[in-house]
Design a protein around this ligand. Sequence first.
Ligand code: NAD
Length: 483
Amino acid sequence: MALIEAPKNFPTRLYINGEFVDAADGRTFDSINPSNEQVIAKVAMAGRKDLDHAMESARKAMGAWASLAPAKRSSLLWKVGDEIMKRRQEFAALEAMDSGKPYNECFNIDVPMTADHFKYFAGVLRSLQGETIPVNDGLFVYTLREPLGIVAGITPWNFPMMMAARKVAPALAAGNAIILKPANPTPLTAALMAECIHAAGIPAGVFALLNGKGSEVGQMIVEHPEIAAISFTGSTEVGVRMVRDAAPTLKKLTMELGGKSPNVVFADADLETAIKGAQAAIFYNKGEVCTAGSRLFVEAKVHDEVVEKLAARAGKMVGSDPLDDTCRWGPQNNKGQFDTTMKYIESGKKEGARLVAGGERMGDKGYYVKPTVFADVKPEMTIAREEIFGPVLAVQKFEAFEELVEKANSSVYGLAAGVWTKDVSKAHRYAKSIKAGAVWVNCYNWYDSAVPYGGYKQSGYGREMGLQALHALTQTKSVWVQL
Ligand code: NAD
């Protein structure tokens, strides 16, 4: 075990008009390390005056940014990706301290993917183009794809830097100015990203960072008449409210919300791989993943074997300091999420599910929870229906394909799904039958900047990543010319 050195000098202020500034009214909030419950830093908390300031500088900057040659915009965004990779270790350590994710995961997955979002959109922005459309003789019609203007990104705390990049990179690529409002429990890596954006030479005003409360500055953003669009990732509850509050100003919204994703093991699967896959599907990032495979359906013939081996694997997972470079299991992100997870574990016990692994707090310091597996779960139980957003797996048994599809689809959510089988046609039939925005076959939780991502049903609408994200941040103008 080797402890990575905790970063000491990192930004904690707002970033507005190309400068790091304190909040206009001087307010701050504490960012807490969830592994030891200690304050890491006091972070500037934005309010009305800061939003006004960010809007004023965005208004001034957006015209020049939108009309900058695409090649120039592309090279600036590419540089942001380079700046992030130059500071890979610092990003990884800060994210580990602030969010409870293991350092190694941050270093190997989160930081490179964050940088890649900037590089992917740096590349594809040059393919943004209009069309010519044949109509009546004597008329020449063409379309222009134009930016929306000033947009905002509001992000959750589970993948802080990656979520920030998913909002910021396509917005800037499409020629918009963007205001980023990260989640309160994890404000730190967004500020480091602001330093990279600054160092890359993105003009002042085009990007602003407003850390602060969702119910204050978040709500002000939602209601702001000049913000044209919001890309939101968070809970379905807040998403629903946002749709309502954004309606009077007709904002365009991308909603990436909750999930309760079904993961299926058929008896003909390569069982060892499927068991490892099911373990990773629910326990990756301590279960704080919107696509977590939190409902596991196992075919009756192999049910007992899968449950037994999965429980044994879960029981061997031990927590440690996320800054320890051998750490594979960190604490839940924050006290609220820890309490919610414990509450759901109690409900599973009370409602009669069979606890086969975990089911309690891990240790007595920090927000650690033991990886938890419940078997004999009934579809009507709370742990089978509601998103827990923690390391709690609900296992159900099935006999027939049709029964499985019905059960898997009986959720208000439709974010993702997984299936483990060697039968290719069964895998494709399942992929087609399932109502979800992503289906993984013999794998789980793969993402790429180029692949569209988003939900069906109450998991949201709109798509992030890929060309669809870029197009969503533009609008089309038709130009008619009498020849
Ligand atoms: P949350 O909804 O509580 O908060 C998300 C963001 O919204 C935060 O920045 C918060 O400050 C802000 N916010 C809260 N109230 C607001 C308001 N009234 N107006 C404007 N902004 C407001 O979610 P969370 O607890 O940070 O994250 C967990 C949730 O996010 C889970 O439900 C999870 O499934 C979801 N999530 C979804 C995806 C996806 O891609 N679909 C990815 C990650 C997380």
